[in-house]
Design a protein around this ligand. Structure first.
Ligand SMILES: Cc1cc2nc3c(=O)[nH]c(=O)nc-3n(C[C@H](O)[C@H](O)[C@H](O)COP(=O)(O)OP(=O)(O)OC[C@H]3O[C@@H](n4cnc5c(N)ncnc54)[C@H](O)[C@@H]3O)c2cc1C
Length: 452
């Protein structure tokens, strides 16, 4: 084996395709789930590919695009396989600087334990979420406390609702996206708590402001209440020393708490080895550092795949000093400058000063801002993303979207109609599921697949 890629998210798929295209010969991709895509299939919202493709894909559509590229490139796949660890194979008598290669230990339900050797290994294992116990928040540990990603997986892939009324800790993109998702499914989001505005402008507008969800910056969670099931949470503002001011503590009844408090790179498989320092060991995507956008993950992984291919074929590779973590998001301008309107066409989120009479727009970095501003003034529209039920045992729900933006006022009626839709497989992304959903003039199309 020339190049082994661990993790089949956007990073792993792009790195594997690039390694193959740059002459690595044999490239094997190992993924612990039974499907490719990483976290993307559960991200049913749009907002992927806006930078790289100038398209507004959902997570599933972006994953499908790369799944097809991966299969077409001839990358070998080993799904439902978990890598437990890797080990450097030393040349006899060598100092260890030029390893013979690498060995990965893995397990799968179908073929048990096995070992795979390779010249180069790419770590693309993504992130895991920070949990409430890791944040040392006092209180009981009842049911109803979820990380945002776990709740997202339950709702978007498994067809479970986490509860009826929720508080969200964390005002980054994941928290904001889940606030909208829960609201559309009828869960009352009572409050989002965050230290500061960290989410992308488009998510603040389209996930929070569109649905008038209460948000408090400078507030945090101080304890959870309830045994068996969560009954409520206590929240308090930070004081000038950055500590919760308990004299202003408030109790909020709720049966669900979502913790969207950050991601931690998943590097367990590396043990004591260090990508970038140990020859032949490469890293890309969220395993290296947390990226805001899948587009950036893809770009970085394409370069990592090229370097791994060069190394595996005996070429000299400049030591990889690890990924560039300058991906700081696109929101530096927003805080304190929220003028008239934030353009949500792309993640830049230009803050525009818009006048209606006579119509004028300032602050937009491209002409799309003008058209967006006019549309928002006259008749704001949004693409609606959701899930519909299926009769498949393997995939109880299928993610869908409207094929064009619909009037904002029609979002909730369209959701009502979507809840009545049931589909049978096979279905592929792009396939029309329901024509003219709720008389909006838009068709409902699949954004992920079901096999049978
Ligand atoms: C809620 C949410 C909303 C987002 N919204 C957007 C958005 O609107 N636009 C956008 O561009 N980006 C968005 N992102 C970011 C984007 O999804 C990530 O940047 C991207 O998925 C990271 O890709 P990755 O391949 O590094 O990691 P992942 O997608 O996490 O993939 C890692 C893969 O590695 C596998 N793996 C891990 N360990 C092992 C092991 N030991 N053995 C085998 N396999 C293993 C995992 O199963 C997983 O499939 C969002 C992310 C989240 C969570």
């Amino acid at each position: 084996m020339k190049v082994l890629v661990i993790g089949g998210g956007p990073a792993g798929m792009a790195a594997a395709v690039s390694a193959k295209e740059h002459g690595a010969g044999e490239v094997l991709l190992l993924e612990r789930h039974s499907y490719l895509g990483g976290v993307l299939p559960q991200c049913i919202h749009n907002g992927f590919g806006t930078q790289l493709y100038e398209r507004d894909y959902t997570g599933g559509e972006y994953a499908w695009l790369w799944k097809e590229k991966t299969e077409k490139a001839g990358v070998k796949l080993l799904l439902s396989t978990t890598v437990l660890g890797i080990e450097k194979l030393e040349r006899d008598g060598s100092s260890g600087e030029t390893p013979e290669g690498w060995r990965a230990r893995c397990v799968s339900a179908s073929s048990g334990a096995r070992e795979i050797t390779a010249d180069a290994v790419i770590i693309a294992t993504g992130c895991r979420e920070r949990t409430l116990p890791q944040m040392l928040i006092p209180g009981s540990r009842p049911a109803g406390v979820f990380t945002a990603g776990a709740a997202q997986l339950m709702m978007n892939l498994k067809n479970y609702l986490p509860g009826k009324s929720a508080v969200i800790l964390g005002s980054g993109d994941i928290g904001l996206i889940m606030a909208r998702r829960m609201t559309l499914e009828g869960i009352r989001v009572k409050l989002i708590l965050g230290q500061e505005a960290t989410g992308l402008a488009r998510n603040i507008v389209q996930c929070v402001e569109d649905y008038a969800i209460p948000m408090r910056y400078g507030w945090t969670l101080v304890s959870t209440h309830g045994y068996g099931r969560l009954k409520g949470v206590s929240v308090a503002p930070f004081d000038k020393d950055g500590q919760p001011d308990l004299s202003r503590k408030e109790y909020i009844p709720c049966d669900t708490l979502l913790v969207a408090a950050g991601l931690i790179p998943e590097l367990e498989v590396c043990g004591d080895y260090r990508p970038g320092q140990d020859a032949g060991l490469f890293i890309c995507g969220n395993a290296g550092f947390v990226h805001d956008l899948a587009d950036h993950v893809t770009c970085e992984a394409l370069e990592t795949g090229r370097q791994a291919a060069l190394y595996a074929s005996g070429g000299k590779v400049k030591p990889d000093v690890g990924p560039d973590s300058s991906d700081g998001g696109f929101l530096p301008e927003l805080t304190g400058k929220r003028g008239n309107m934030i353009c949500t066409v792309c993640p830049k989120g230009c803050v525009m000063q818009v006048k209606s009479e006579p119509f004028s727009v300032k602050g937009n970095q491209c002409e799309k801002g003008q058209a967006f501003a006019r549309q928002e003034l006259e008749n704001p529209k949004r693409v609606l993303t959701a899930v519909v039920k299926t009769d498949s045992d393997k995939a109880p729900v299928l993610s869908v979207r409207t094929d064009k933006a619909i009037d904002k006022s029609r979002l909730l009626p369209a959701m009502k109609a979507i809840k009545k839709v049931k589909v049978s497989g096979p279905v592929v992304p792009g396939q029309v599921v329901t024509k003219n959903i709720a008389d909006t003039g838009a068709d409902l199309i699949a954004t992920w697949y079901i096999e049978e």
